[in-house]
Design a protein around this ligand. Structure first.
Ligand SMILES: C[S@@+](CC[C@H](N)C(=O)[O-])C[C@H]1O[C@@H](n2cnc3c(N)ncnc32)[C@H](O)[C@@H]1O
Length: 205
């Protein structure tokens, strides 16, 4: 959503994404398959995940710079060379991700719930975003969603269930347990797993 207060927003956005593209291309040089965590906060989950899966390349992103700074310190202490964190918005990252990199797994853990109706438009899990995300995923890629806010869980699950690019998998196991900061504060949470459907082939081939 273009902030009305910024003149020439398209140019600002293009320059921000170009800068991010250069940064990501150099930090992910040689990577083909990536595990992504959107809204990683301080990086607790992804650091534990990367330590348990040292063969995988993992990237966490968050729009809060101080959280990314803490996540990077955590990564350095753990000496995890295939784990990185970047200060970026989810849509910017999808637009800036080098073409040769496909997302193999995507974690969305306790995203901002935006409880007020007039703010629902700010929620991450919307059909358009899910289509842009699917476009960067390999066929069969997993989408792992968890929240403690029941109305958002119901809405996100319904959006994914109806989405042409995703197949909800109610019996799929949660791949890795590690309590996040927001999970620790919550009384309960709910999760779902979905998989990227193979891309549709157009009638003309
Ligand atoms: C409620 S916190 C959850 C943090 C962490 N996943 C956890 O469970 O502790 C949501 C996080 O998502 C980040 N965030 C919100 N919108 C985002 C976006 N468009 N792109 C990337 N991160 C975003 C926020 O800055 C915040 O750190």
């Amino acid at each position: 959503m273009p902030p009305p207060s910024i003149p020439d927003y398209p140019a600002v956005l293009a320059s921000r994404r170009a800068e991010l593209r250069a940064q990501v291309a150099s930090r992910l040089a040689g990577v083909r398959a990536l595990t992504l965590e959107i809204g990683c906060g301080h990086g607790h989950f992804l650091t534990a995940y990367a330590a348990a899966h040292p063969e995988l390349h993992c990237l966490g992103l968050d729009i809060a710079n101080d959280r990314i700074a803490r996540a990077l310190r955590k990564r350095d202490r753990a000496r995890l060379t295939r784990l990185d964190f970047v200060h970026a918005d989810a849509d910017d990252l999808l637009a800036a991700l080098p073409e040769e990199i496909s997302l193999a797994q995507v974690f969305v853990l306790f995203p901002d719930p935006w409880p007020k109706r007039r703010h629902h438009k700010n929620r991450l899990m919307q059909p358009e975003f899910l289509a842009r995300l699917a476009a960067r995923c390999s066929p069969g890629a997993g989408l792992y969603f968890r929240t403690d806010y029941r109305p958002y869980f119901a809405e996100a699950r319904a959006v994914v269930a109806e989405h042409a690019d995703w197949r909800l998998q109610p019996d799929a196991a949660w791949p890795f347990e590690h309590v996040t900061v927001f999970q620790a504060r919550a009384d309960a949470h709910e999760s779902f797993v979905a998989f990227r459907r193979p891309p549709r082939v157009s009638a003309s081939g």
